[in-house]
Design a binder for this molecule. Structure first.
Ligand SMILES: CC(C)(COP(=O)(O)OP(=O)(O)OC[C@H]1O[C@@H](n2cnc3c(N)ncnc32)[C@H](O)[C@@H]1OP(=O)(O)O)[C@@H](O)C(=O)NCCC(=O)NCCS
Length: 182
């Protein structure tokens, strides 16, 4: 578990930020994660059943500010390449975006994936999601590998991005000071 300090805008107490892997299957988390999903996307990405399946058989990471879950990252292992992890989705509650917290969550997730023996991470992100692409590519060094046209049958194209975890770890000190900030 990691701890960060973020100054509250209205006082100087700060929030205690923690990033954690959901280790125990916890059905009580499902409504919270469903709500976060509905706050983030026009169409639901998950149902309680897909989330419950991911919680038990995939890997879910959360970032909390004090006790409140403010962000989540859903992942699973690639079937075609067991050395590769898939980030299926990452989202923060709207009011918490743009303060470096998504980057902190992602750094925590990548660190744990690497510790767990994964070699690569792959994801698909909507081509018009410039902020997310900025995070993945500019801040973490994900490489653009392909354009996936109409990947989800919604007429939208997606960027297929891939990260080599050893390369990322080697560039960490400079990336942390350059991009992730405090
Ligand atoms: C994507 C998401 C998780 C990123 O988390 P975040 O906390 O907002 O991101 P951060 O603050 O860590 O970093 C944002 C970076 O993107 C950059 N950025 C913002 N808007 C941008 C744009 N239009 N184009 C390019 N870069 C942009 C910012 O400048 C910042 O980089 P900097 O710190 O070097 O200035 C969050 O915004 C979110 O939940 N979005 C909605 C859900 C979503 O789109 N998820 C991704 C789908 S896989």
């Amino acid at each position: 578990m990691e701890r960060y300090h973020l100054t509250r805008s209205h006082n100087s107490e700060g929030y205690e930020l923690t990033i954690a892997e959901v280790v125990e299957h916890d059905p009580a988390l499902l409504p919270v994660l469903t709500e976060l999903d509905l706050l983030s996307y026009a169409e639901p990405t998950f149902s309680r059943y897909t989330l419950g399946g991911l919680m038990r058989f995939g890997r879910i990471y959360v970032i909390r500010a004090d006790e409140l879950i403010i962000g989540v990252c859903h992942t699973f292992r690639s079937f075609s390449d067991p050395d590769e992890m898939v980030i299926f989705n990452m989202a923060l509650r709207p009011g918490w975006r743009g303060h470096g917290l998504g980057s902190r969550l992602l750094a925590g997730v990548l660190e744990r994936m690497k510790e767990g023996g994964a070699k690569r991470v792959v994801l698909a992100v909507a081509s018009n999601n410039h902020r997310a692409i900025g995070v993945y590519r500019a801040k973490f060094g994900f490489r653009h590998e392909d354009i996936l046209d109409n990947e989800f049958n919604n007429g939208q194209s997606y960027h297929l991005l891939r990260l080599d975890l050893a390369e990322w770890a080697a560039s960490l000190p400079e990336r942390i000071t350059d991009s992730i900030g405090d």
